[in-house]
Design a protein. Structure first.
Length: 106
């Protein structure tokens, strides 16, 4: 019986390790497989020069120029579509974080 318990324990541990790995890699893979289209609406505001965004405001990883959301006259880039969906839940939170990353006052 103890041998069976040990085997079951190892199966559960390996499954958890595999799940964590898939979660960590899933964000990058999702950005390679699909794009988040720009929101329809008015053109982006032009004028003041913006610092180029290179870091995802949600996860902190490098952005994909194919995954973005246009919000409040700004184009915000993300590392993956999951982060774009998370941004849409609370844009203000992530815009503040983005402004801090870019060294701007919001």
């Amino acid at each position: 019986m103890p041998k069976l318990v040990y085997i079951l324990y190892m199966v559960v541990v390996l499954a958890l390790v595999a799940a964590c790995g898939m979660i960590m890699l899933g964000c990058k893979r999702a950005s390679e497989e699909s794009k988040v289209p720009a929101a329809s609406g008015p053109e982006l505001k032009s004028g003041a020069a913006q610092t180029e965004q290179t870091i995802c405001p949600v996860m902190g990883g490098p952005v994909s120029k194919n995954t973005y959301v246009d919000y409040g006259g700004r184009r915000v880039y993300f590392c993956c579509p999951s982060c774009a969906a998370e941004f849409k839940k609370d844009p203000g939170k992530y815009l503040r974080k983005l402004d801090e990353q870019l060294g701007q006052k919001g």
